[in-house]
Design a protein around this ligand. Structure first.
Ligand code: PHE
Length: 465
């Protein structure tokens, strides 16, 4: 059987943008911005997207296109069997992410439907508390998953590509309309102020916490570290500029993220609810609850949650495809059987998260960040120290003159600079998770040891080709 490929270049870019734009931009980003000092967070986040996210994204794309395989097969093909575990990390990360993602997707689906009748208008807090976890949440998670299954089942070019080519422009258009509309609401000005003004004092006082949160979010929002972009890039069948595509994906994702912020913060302010109150439920309780007071509240609800639903679906699809690609490539399964198997697995893991608020919070708050960071760290060290020159060659293949000039700087970034940074945030993050805080100097030492150790180890482990 020939391996699936994208129909067009634009199709690939839109599918990747669809993967990137999602709950990360709309649900996780406002929530993290609000709890990490507003625009101080925004500033670091944009910087980290540029300095860590984009090189990382390009690293994933290099591995995917060079191998034309799923994550596990990719490392096997490029480095040999002993590197398969790196791909295994990506599979684990994608299970971690989709397990909680699908629960939130279920909430969104429920709120889209409930907007039609205005079911949550009366008592928003009580409504959310009644539906967030438990059997009902399992049901809506299952429905959301079913929609994901339907698209992935239809195939790479006929399912994912067709669906995302419609979804992504739809998301931009609807958010654009919403952004203009919220600007006309009384009281929305405070939201812009909160969102766009710079609180350097906060940043200085909490630098490392904000840094770790912003780094995790920069990876999450670009869909980096779960093998999704690697898998999508493995379906590219022509020589074209990965640099151009990767940059475009990052720019569109950040643009749509900032646009979503321009809808959400002014809206929260005009409705009189401070952002940051209510944690992960904020979007549902404060925002949805306050819709009730607006004219045409049902229409607003359906449009708002409808866009979020599109964004969430186009991301879930990409995570789901990672495991499908793995089963198809490595175990020779037909697409329909692979989709059924992966669907069953995610039904179970997502149901566990839908039944246990503490499991959900653990996955969404900490484990997801750590899993993406570890995986990307592995990917980039592989690019830098195992692929070496081949990585640069793949990066430059199909790239224009200007883009080729960035080949070497990119190489040093993924071999040394970004891994140092990732290992640093990882040490800090794991320390906090296990209750043994790691100081910045300690984390720096760990990072240098980890990256230096890998560099040395590859000297002995990898036979020169
Ligand atoms: N980028 C997606 C979002 O922002 C989430 C995602 C993470 C998708 C990792 C794929 C892989 O919602």
């Amino acid at each position: 059987m020939t391996r699936a490929t994208w129909g067009t270049r634009l199709g690939f870019v839109l599918a990747a943008v669809g993967s990137a734009v999602g709950l990360g931009n709309i649900w996780r980003f406002p929530w993290l911005t609000a709890t990490n000092g507003g625009s101080a967070f925004l500033l670091l986040y944009v910087l980290l997207i540029l300095l860590v996210g984009v090189p990382g994204l390009l690293g994933e794309m290099v591995i995917g296109r060079r191998s034309r395989r799923n994550p596990v097969g990719a490392f096997d093909a490029l480095g040999g069997r002993r590197f398969r575990a790196l791909g295994g990390l990506a599979l684990v990360a994608s299970v971690v992410v989709l397990s909680f993602y699908s629960v939130v997707g279920g909430w969104i689906l429920r709120y889209t439907a409930a907007s039609v009748t205005g079911a949550y208008f009366e008592a928003p807090q009580a409504y959310f508390a009644a539906v967030d976890f438990g059997p009902a949440a399992v049901g809506f998670h299952a429905l959301f998953l079913l929609a994901t299954v339907a698209v992935v089942y239809a195939g790479v070019d006929r399912g994912i590509e067709v669906a995302t080519t419609v979804m992504v422009p739809g998301i931009v258009l609807l958010f654009g309309v919403l952004a203009v509309w919220v600007a006309t609401l009384p009281g929305s000005a405070g939201g812009y102020e909160f969102y766009l003004s710079l609180d350097l004092a906060y940043l200085r006082a909490n630098f490392f916490d904000v840094l770790v949160a912003a780094a995790g979010q920069a990876l999450f929002t670009l869909s980096v570290g779960a093998g999704a972009m690697l898998t999508y890039a493995s379906y590219i069948d022509e020589d074209r500029s990965l640099v151009a595509d990767g940059t475009l994906i990052a720019v569109l994702n950040t643009g749509i993220g900032v646009l979503a912020g321009l809808v959400i913060f002014p809206l929260l302010y005009s409705l009189g609810v401070p952002p940051g109150s209510g944690g992960p439920g904020a979007l549902f309780v404060s925002l949805a609850g306050a819709f009730a007071d607006l004219p045409a509240s049902r229409l607003v609800g359906v449009v708002f949650f409808g866009v979020v639903l599109l964004a969430a679906l186009s991301s879930a699809i990409s995570i789901f495809e990672v495991l499908v690609a793995y089963l198809v490539d490595e175990h020779g399964l037909g697409r329909s059987r692979a989709v059924a198997g992966v669907g069953g697995l995610f039904f179970l893991t997502g149901s566990a998260a839908a039944l246990s608020p503490s499991l959900f919070a653990l996955l969404a708050d900490t484990i997801a960040n750590l899993a993406l960071t570890v995986t990307l760290l592995g990917f980039l060290l592989f690019c830098g120290w195992v692929l070496g020159r081949d990585a640069i060659a793949e990066y430059e293949r199909g790239a224009g003159r200007v883009a080729r000039l960035t080949g070497r700087p990119w190489y040093y970034a993924v071999a040394v600079v970004v891994p140092l940074f990732l290992a640093f945030t990882l040490a800090t993050g794991v320390g906090t998770l296990v209750g043994a805080p790691v100081s910045a100097p300690q984390a720096a030492v760990i990072a240098v040891a980890a990256v230096g150790g890998t560099a040395l180890a590859t000297r002995f482990l990898v036979e020169p080709t």
